[in-house]
Design a binder for this molecule. Sequence first.
Ligand SMILES: Cc1cc2nc3c(=O)[nH]c(=O)nc-3n(C[C@H](O)[C@H](O)[C@H](O)COP(=O)(O)OP(=O)(O)OC[C@H]3O[C@@H](n4cnc5c(N)ncnc54)[C@H](O)[C@@H]3O)c2cc1C
Length: 448
Amino acid sequence: MRQNTPWKNRHHRYKRTLTRSEDFTGWRGWQAIAIWIIKGAYSVKTRFDIAVVGGGLAGSMAALAAAAEGWSVAFIAPDPPGPDRRTTALLSESIALLDRLGIWQTVQSQSAALSTMRILDGTKRMFRAPPVSFRSSEIGMDAFGFNIPNAPLLAAARQRINQTAEITTIETLLADARDTETTVELTLADGTQLAADAVFGADGRKSRVREIAGISARHWSYNQTALVLNFAHTRPHHNISTEFHTEEGPFTQVPLPGNRSSLVWSMDPARIDDVLALPRADLNRRVEARMSSLLGEVEIDDGFQSYPMSGLITRNFAKGRIFLIGEAAHAFPPIGAQGLNLGIRDVEQAITCISQANGPENAKAAGLSFDQQRRLDVSSRTFGVDMLNRTLLTSFLPAQLLRAGGLTALGAIKPLKILAMKEGMTPGWRKTAERPSLRKMLREKVSR
Ligand SMILES: Cc1cc2nc3c(=O)[nH]c(=O)nc-3n(C[C@H](O)[C@H](O)[C@H](O)COP(=O)(O)OP(=O)(O)OC[C@H]3O[C@@H](n4cnc5c(N)ncnc54)[C@H](O)[C@@H]3O)c2cc1C
């Protein structure tokens, strides 16, 4: 267990009181004290306001956001598996949270602004959609958000966590937990026992927390694997991300600083070995051709990763004192930059619900309102992404017509497009206090 500071927290409680029968005078008194200490040592568990299980991006944000409220946090986070070469497009409200948590300053120079998101129909089908470009200027913003490499983002969050007095990091797996009326008792894989008023299960798709809470989930998979790589190109991207829709799924280029971009290339899993076996020069040309040479010649970096595409959504987002955060509650293919943005909204909503319930001690009441409030946002995005992906993969003509018709309408009917952009940014679009600060961040970046 790595503890950032000695125990010193106004929320850190050892709830033991002496009864009147424990009389501290004479020999019997000393005996009582000895028994009391021994009993205490065995019965009192280390107690926290919040236990965050899982040290991925969602769990790391959750730990920092909870600590920012002054709550004591047990961060149960074994080292994440291997280096993550993905990049994540985070929208303005997520960037605003990174800024408040003191992470944005560290990763800003490695991030690229996303000012236009363009969809190009690269299928050879009867019903094809015209190109549609969503420009942030159309909704009065300089950028929708930024594309940030995952590895430095997680490193910056971990660094911040290590500097945060309220957070105790425990680098081991959660083994078991018991949600009682008043607390959640947790047992870790190394035998450590803790108690917390609330648990944030941010332990990914195969969530142990979800299993322990008895929350059921619907799982599905697609005949798709996403190949992830980064590359340099000879022409500038002008902060435009282009999603080429193909019969095998989206092929999405997202800008990085300079003449560099990241790529998420969805393909039939049966093809992936052949693609990876291509000599590098051929693969460079294949990627360039797929993008119709929009960015000129391509030079792919070493180190690819692949992710089988699947989805899940849970029946409930909280139960008792347990809240599900990030991919423990919802997962879908990387289309339209929604996954982690949704996870970050889970974090913000969990913190809001607990604060509104007057703190972690009332986590049970907070869990009820969290469960209700996450429902629409999570299910509408899961449904939207699933539909878009399936209508790409299907050979069913009416579904193809629906997709092409929908994109045509978005391109042609400006109010509809603006509504779609605003809803894509945040559910029930609201003018937030964070937007001016995003503008400030952009100005700072551009003026460098
Ligand atoms: C190719 C690709 C591109 C993407 N691009 C974007 C994008 O542009 N924008 C966007 O918003 N989203 C994107 N996403 C989605 C985003 O990456 C995920 O939403 C996000 O990484 C999920 O983070 P998480 O912390 O919920 O889960 P994870 O990253 O899976 O973290 C879970 C953590 O829990 C730990 N754990 C597991 N079991 C236990 C246990 N018993 N005890 C303790 N810890 C445990 C694991 O070790 C892991 O570290 C993309 C996804 C993919 C696959």
